[in-house]
Write a protein that binds this ligand. Sequence first.
Ligand code: XMP
Length: 511
Amino acid sequence: KILILDFGSQYTQLIARRIRESRVYCEIFPFNCGIDKIKDFNPKGIILSGGPKSVYDVGAPIIDKDIYELGVPVLGICYGMQLMCTHFGGVVAKAQKREYGHAELMIKKDDLLFDDIPLDNGKLKVWMSHGDRLEEIPSDFEVIGFTANSPIAAMKHKEKPYYAIQFHPEVAHTDYGSQLLANFAIKVCNCLPVWTPGNFILNEIEKIREMVGDKRVLCALSGGVDSSVVAVLLHEAIGDQLTCVFVNNGLLRKNEPEQVVKTFKENFKINLVYVDAEEEFLKSLRGVTEPERKRKIIGNLFIKIFEREASKLGEFHFLAQGTLYPDVIESVSFKGPSATIKTHHNVGGLPEKMNFKLIEPLRELFKDEVRQVGLELGLPEDIVYRHPFPGPGLAIRVLGDVTKERLNILREADFIAIEEIKKAGLYREIWQAFTVLLPVKSVGVMGDERTYEHVLAFRAVTSLDGMTADWGRIPYDVLARISNRIINEVKGINRVVYDISSKPPATIEWE
Ligand code: XMP
């Protein structure tokens, strides 16, 4: 396995994903985790990430040279290269020109790092993003690649497996960047490429069985990707010692509750307790229009109902949660704390109150790996590739007052929009697509009649992680079909608009 030391680059997680795509397991530690923690992890190689600082800045993240005493290969990327340079007595300075974007790397020397990478006249297209550069190479190192602006864009220790590169192999703009990282992990560090969904499942089943013994596990199933994979994985491991509770809060999409019951109870034969709490949720939301209040009410009520139902089901020792790796990485950040824009509720508040031990079988995985594991476990693609759906559900997509009637209008419209997006083959490339019922009425004409009905917004965004997003460039004819069908088929809507705002400054959801 490989260890990535994070110096605060926005690309650190990408390095980890590329390494794992080469089927080598890796983890990210903050740069200041301490040598003992690194020794405990026992990596076969270390990658030093990029970072926003300059190595000579006051407060720059610096590490000791003791990592070189571990006797494993080290690869420095961007800031990591500059750090390695100072470790071995070279000189880093501000480049005259900040280099940002594509550059052509001339490869000077055949090396394991560049194995199986086809070159175009000895050149490789790489992605640069740096203000500093190496001015003087440490005397133990030699140049193995250069660009027009960086005479030392790639270097290697003359005797030891220490490499450093100025460009970013982890981003898609660097040709064969994945191959380069795989070369480091597999050929330089001799890691075996055995990190596969199948192996993960086998290992995890064993770990779960050992941890759980003959005790019982409770799982809150939402029908989203993460909790679905957790449920099926646990069921494989411990069968009927697992009980899942699915709360229908009346704020789900059309057919969703039925689908969850069918998939998990009928197909997978999981012990599933279905709780119909629609009336309870709608009652407590009556007259509430403020988004944050909606979230609070829904979050608290969910916990209350979940606790109530769980207490009817006997004793449980464990609570299963779909925590993913990005939630547990200790992040290195040089920015201040950010303001709360929206409080996102999930089942986070449950364990402290209920005295459970947590079981989090996905805490080593990135989202794309969770999907692979889900497919391997036989979950339908419908669930595995499902768009993210907010905990408060349609309550924050019916703007203003949440009533059953308005929820039903939204449900019908949303169903049509998603159906058309799927038919057009666009569902997978979109991060989220959904409709929003606006608290606005507009005038229309149908036949010879004047209508005065709801306006519906359609939103489709592309994004990598939901933190930033752009509005989807959906073809006009697809938008036309969506609008036409909704206005014709859904009673109560006479106008559809398309949301063309990016995030920031807008957010993905409207509330
Ligand atoms: P925003 O609207 O903040 O959304 O740009 C970013 C991502 O988070 C989802 N979202 C939520 N998820 N509870 C959740 O579990 C919430 O209250 C919530 N609000 C927004 C949103 O769907 C998008 O994927």
